[in-house]
Design a protein around this ligand. Structure first.
Ligand code: ADP
Ligand code: MG
Length: 347
């Protein structure tokens, strides 16, 4: 893995020294972290709040490809994908645990890179690393992160609260991470057929950043709170707009109409899509890993929401009997289907 000169093989350290080395720079910041790393369990004391818990499993070859994914970025992203789920409950992430399956292919310095990314995300989002597990594996790298967050009971937002006539909103823009991934895959194929080829990645920094270094929508959750708005339902967009919106509709027992021209798509996403012959809207609907938030709010908040930067109103909630549809510019209605980029899906 590592091309570094000073490689330390994992067996040179052993499990406990390795854990110490990887975690020594993490110092708890949250009052609710009563005890972190170093005993059989961490101790968390949420003081009158509710705790939310979420886990993600990331497998090499399924969820990430280390030929173009730097380990530091992978560490960062592994934290982000988890705390994004915490924000989607309208909660504040406070602790994570990190569990690793590591093959002999990796050296200590590789894992230090991974943890440098984990640390960066923890520092940026105010989260404490409070534990984990470490095991050897036969092949590849496995990362499982569990994130814990806290929230006042009355602030929790589920997927199930959308009401008829609510506005459907998204933060940021969609499809960028998917187009970034397509670009990386294309360059990988070029490199595999001609190893002297130089990757053509200029002009596309933004979409590459969206796949390699996503962010969670912390600011946005804070802004909504400041403005006194509580969404009626919310979900983070990890599998594409279409499938996430269907989750909200199903759990809320409602239908929806979203309008194609309202879906926010960045210019680089459109450019890359055009280059590769993909419809940008399809990338937004069915691509994944944007980690934007999709939420519904009462129509009475229209004015405030319209003034919020980086939030787009893309449609509204309807009765369940009217179905879930995308409305085109010529007023055709296309049924929304869930084609999230499910790793179990056949190619
Ligand atoms: P146990 O044998 O009780 O599972 P370990 O020896 O695996 O305990 O872990 C010792 C301490 O180090 C525990 O606090 C555990 O949560 C933490 N830990 C183990 N692996 C990791 C890791 N990869 N990242 C962060 N903390 C870890
Ligand atoms: Mg253990």
């Amino acid at each position: 893995m590592s091309s570094k000169k000073n490689k330390t093989e994992l067996y040179e350290l052993g499990e406990f020294q390795l854990i110490d080395r990887l975690t020594e720079s993490f110092k708890p910041k949250n009052a609710s972290t009563a005890f972190g790393i170093g005993d059989d369990c961490a101790v968390i004391s949420p003081k009158g709040k509710k705790m939310v818990v979420t886990t993600d499993l990331l497998l090499e070859g399924i969820h990430f490809d280390l030929t173009y994914f730097p380990l530091k970025h992978l560490g960062y992203k592994s934290v982000i994908v988890n705390i994004s789920d915490v924000y989607a409950m309208n909660a504040t992430p406070t602790q994570i645990t990190v569990s690793l399956g590591i093959s002999k292919r990796f050296c200590v310095e590789d894992l230090e890179d991974l943890y440098a990314g984990i640390k960066l995300a923890c520092d940026r989002y105010g989260v404490d690393l409070v534990g984990g597990d470490t095991s050897s594996s036969f092949t590849g790298l496995t990362i499982s992160i569990t994130a814990i967050g806290e929230v006042n009971e009355s602030d929790i937002v589920y997927r199930s609260g959308a009401q008829v006539n609510d506005l459907i909103c998204v933060t940021g823009n969609l499809g960028a991470a998917y187009m970034g991934l397509q670009l990386l895959e294309r360059e990988k194929r070029v490199f595999e057929s001609n190893s002297t080829a130089k990757p053509e990645l200029k002009e596309y920094e933004y979409i590459l950043e969206r796949i390699l270094k996503p962010e969670a929508r912390k600011n946005f959750i804070e802004e909504l709170k400041e403005k006194g708005i509580k969404p009626t339902s919310m979900i983070d967009i990890s599998d594409g707009l279409s499938s996430e919106l269907l989750h909200i509709c199903k759990n809320s027992e409602k239908g929806c109409r979203i309008y194609i021209e309202k879906i926010p798509i960045d210019e680089q996403t459109s450019q890359m899509a055009e280059e590769l012959g993909i419809e940008p809207t399809v990338a937004a609907l069915n691509g994944g890993e944007d980690y934007e938030l999709l939420f519904t709010v009462p129509i009475s908040t229209l004015e405030t929401i319209t003034q919020m930067k980086g939030v787009s109103i893309i449609g509204h909630i309807t009765e369940q009997s009217t179905g879930a549809y995308l409305v085109t510019q010529s007023n055709d209605e296309i049924k929304l289907t869930a084609q999230g980029w499910n790793s179990l899906k056949k190619e």
